[in-house]
Design a protein around this ligand. Sequence first.
Ligand SMILES: Nc1ncnc2c1ncn2[C@@H]1O[C@H](COP(=O)(O)OP(=O)(O)OP(=O)(O)O)[C@@H](O)[C@H]1O
Ligand SMILES: [Mg+2]
Length: 266
Amino acid sequence: MNEWLKSLITKKSFFFLSKCRTIPVTKILRQADLCGSFLIINSYFRLMLTGRKISKHYGSLHVLKSVDIEINKAEVVSIVGSSGAGKSTLLHILGTLDKPDGGEISLNGQRVDKLSGKALSRFRNKNMGFIFQFHHLLPEFTALENVCIPGWIAGNKKKETEDRAAELLTMLGLKDRFGNKPSQLSGGEQQRVAVARALVNKPAIIMADEPTGNLDSANAKDLHQLFIDLRNKYQQTFLIVTHNEQLAAMSDRVLHMKDGKIVENG
Ligand SMILES: Nc1ncnc2c1ncn2[C@@H]1O[C@H](COP(=O)(O)OP(=O)(O)OP(=O)(O)O)[C@@H](O)[C@H]1O
Ligand SMILES: [Mg+2]
C-alpha cells in the first residue's frame, strides 16, 4: 500500500468503512454543466499551484535542483523525462506526499509546505486527487465503495458521497459495475474507478504518476482524452507524469525534466 493510501486510512476510518459496506444507490445526481464561457475565461488564467526553488536530496543524491513550477486552474500539464530525472519525486512533493529540503509550495494561495500532521492530511484529502500506475484500489471493497472512501474520510455525508460516486462512475461508463470488486474489472475499468475516486472530493488538482503505464495503447489514449474532457467540462486541473510523449502532447503544456531540473517548457 502506498504512502498516500496509508495517510488516508487510519484505524478510525477503517472502523467507519466497515460500517458502510452495504450501500443502496438510489439516486444519481445530475451535475450542472459549468462550461459557460465566462467561467472558462476566468479560470484559464488563474494560478493554482506554484512551486518555488524546490530542492530534494536523498543522501548525497541531489534529486531536485531548485525547481520552479506554475500550474494554472483548468490546465492539463504533463511532465516527461528519462527514468531517474526526478519526475515522481517532484509530483510527490507538490502533492505533499513527501517533504522538500527547501523551497515553497502553494495551492490556491495557501502554503502547503507549512502544514503537517492531521491538518496536512485533511488538506490533501480535500484538495488533491491522486492516480497512480497501479491503481491501489482496495480489493475487498466494491467499485462504488472504493470511490466513496476519500469522501467518507473527509466526513462528507454518506448519501451525498454515494450519489456523487455513482454519478462519477456513470459518467466514466461504469454504470453497470458499481458492485464489482477490483478483481472483477478490466485494467482500464480499474483505472477509471481510480479516476472517479480522485474526483470524488472535487479536488483543486489531480496528480497522476504514470496513470497509463499499465494500460494498452487504446486504453491509455482514452484515459488521456478523459482528462481533457474533464478539464473541458469541469475545469479540472491535472498534473500528469508520463513516459509517453504522444499522450503528453495531448496536454496544454509539456514540461521536460532532466537531472532534477525542468529544462524547457513545451
Ligand atoms: N526514497 C528514495 N531514497 C533514495 N533515492 C531515491 C528515493 N526515491 C527516489 N530516489 C532516487 O531519486 C532519483 C529520482 O527518482 P524519481 O522516482 O523521482 O525518478 P523518475 O523521474 O520518476 O523516474 P521513472 O521515470 O523511472 O519513474 C532516482 O535516482 C531514484 O533512485
Ligand atoms: Mg517515476
